[in-house]
Design a protein around this ligand. Structure first.
Ligand code: URA
Length: 426
């Protein structure tokens, strides 16, 4: 394997075969291919693309770059994954619902990527909660609690762990084959039989158009089916953030309120749709989702899960244990109108600038900063009314964040609430 030849092949529009891709990925995991070479190749893929065959070959190579878990002894196992958005805390709602309904949710999640948040970063705002589990711990928790979410430092799809962090800081995230292989390699390695995907579409998503999102969804469904898994994808709108909270601790707080029946409508709607898709794929009664949500079993499952991974389960009763930055800035409306746009991308970048995401690989993040959107599309606003509350740390990044948020809001005369659920690919 000559890394430069391999990079040049893609740079010049060539097609890799499965053997070559396996060799490349293994060499990268072993440290024989350097980050700068991988970054150059990722950029070549970004511009040149990949055929579905190449994407499938890359996915399998990444999935087999480490251990592949065998969950077959655990009953009906399910994994839920989002292609990435702003304010997207659905995993924290859907996973406990599914586990409470009797499925085993055993999944690997990522950290924030570019302007989007990651489930692991959010969960790490819970005091004591840890993402790094040994394979034994992962399996034991799946068996005993029915819900386990691990970070990517385990030996599952290690190639994706390294590539994900590199893509985040080299402008190579929004590429259909790279996103498909990243998501599906983790899903295949983590071993669940049922895979429910939430493919985001719009300004705050990596896929800006419905066509692109459908292409990604179909590719992932195809890769999963080929590997013998039951995969379904829900396509959901991400022009404006999901829910009202954007950040880490603040999103966990919102997920907990949602499980208590006090969450924002859009988050409830999407969570229910995803949970029902998974239950249907498992051949179960879909009404179980609403039932375990209403009667508190899902919330109790969230607590058991948090505690099993070392976290302070009291956050479920008292979400204020999750510390928010004490400096608060209120963004106020300057005129009257109806919110007609709320650009999720700008809100995501604003949160990043406050310190809620990473600007460079391995940089620490501040779990307490974030944004709470009091007004969303379709809401009426009077001059001087608060549009959004910004939790910041001593003014760090505030000026830029405030300007981004101001430009994220557009007021008009009237606006309808956008349709959230756009399609299902099965
Ligand atoms: N989520 C992932 O796991 N990978 C990506 O590349 C994008 C979103």
């Amino acid at each position: 394997m000559h890394p430069v030849d391999f990079i040049e092949k893609k740079r010049d529009g060539g097609e890799h075969d499965a053997d070559e891709l396996r060799e490349w990925i293994n060499a990268y995991v072993e440290g024989k291919v350097h980050d700068y070479q991988m970054a150059a190749w990722l950029m070549a893929v970004y511009f040149r693309g990949m055929t579905p065959e190449e994407t499938a070959g890359l996915t399998l190579a990444m999935a087999h770059s480490g251990e592949v878990l065998d969950l077959s002894g655990l009953g009906k196992t399910v994994d839920k994954h989002s292609s990435g958005g702003v304010g997207d805390k659905t995993t924290l709602v859907v996973a406990p619902i599914l586990a409470a309904a009797g499925l085993v949710v055993a999944k690997m999640s990522g950290r924030g990527l570019a302007h989007t948040g990651g489930t692991i970063d959010k969960l790490e705002s819970i005091p004591g909660w840890r993402a790094e589990l040994s394979d034994e711990e992962f399996m034991r928790q799946a068996r005993e609690v029915g819900l386990v979410i691990a970070g990517q430092s385990k030996n599952l799809a290690p190639a994706d762990g390294k590539m994900y962090a590199l893509r985040d800081v080299t402008g190579t995230v929004p590429s259909v084959p790279l996103i498909a292989s990243s998501i599906m390699s983790k899903k295949l390695a983590a071993g669940a039989q049922i895979i429910t995907l939430d493919v985001k579409v719009g300004r705050g998503a990596f896929m800006k158009s419905l066509e692109e999102a459908r292409e990604l969804a179909e590719l992932m469904v195809q890769i999963g089916r080929h590997a013998g898994r039951d995969v379904r994808a829900v396509l959901s709108q991400m022009d404006q953030p999901l829910g009202r909270a954007v950040g880490n601790a603040i999103e966990v707080r919102e997920a907990i309120s949602t499980l208590k029946g006090e969450g924002p409508e859009d988050l409830e709607e999407l969570s229910l749709a995803l949970a029902e898709e998974a239950l249907e794929a498992a051949g179960m009664d879909t009404s179980a989702a609403a039932e375990v949500w209403r009667d508190g079993r899902a919330l109790a499952k969230l607590r058991a899960f948090i505690e099993a991974q070392g976290g302070d389960g009291r956050v479920v009763e008292d979400p204020e244990i999750l510390e928010l930055a004490s400096d608060v800035f209120e963004l106020k409306a300057e005129e009257e109108g109806v919110v007609s746009e709320l650009d999720a991308y700008r809100v995501g970048i604003a949160t990043l600038r406050l310190g809620g995401g990473r600007e460079s690989k391995n940089a620490p993040i501040d779990h307490g900063v974030g944004v709470y959107l009091l007004k969303k599309i379709g809401d009426s606003v009077r001059p001087g009314e608060v549009l959004a509350r910004v939790y910041h740390r001593g003014g760090r990044g505030l000026e830029e964040a405030a300007a981004l948020l101001r430009s994220a809001y557009k007021l008009g005369r009237e606006a309808e609430k956008p349709r959230l659920l756009l399609d299902v690919v099965a």
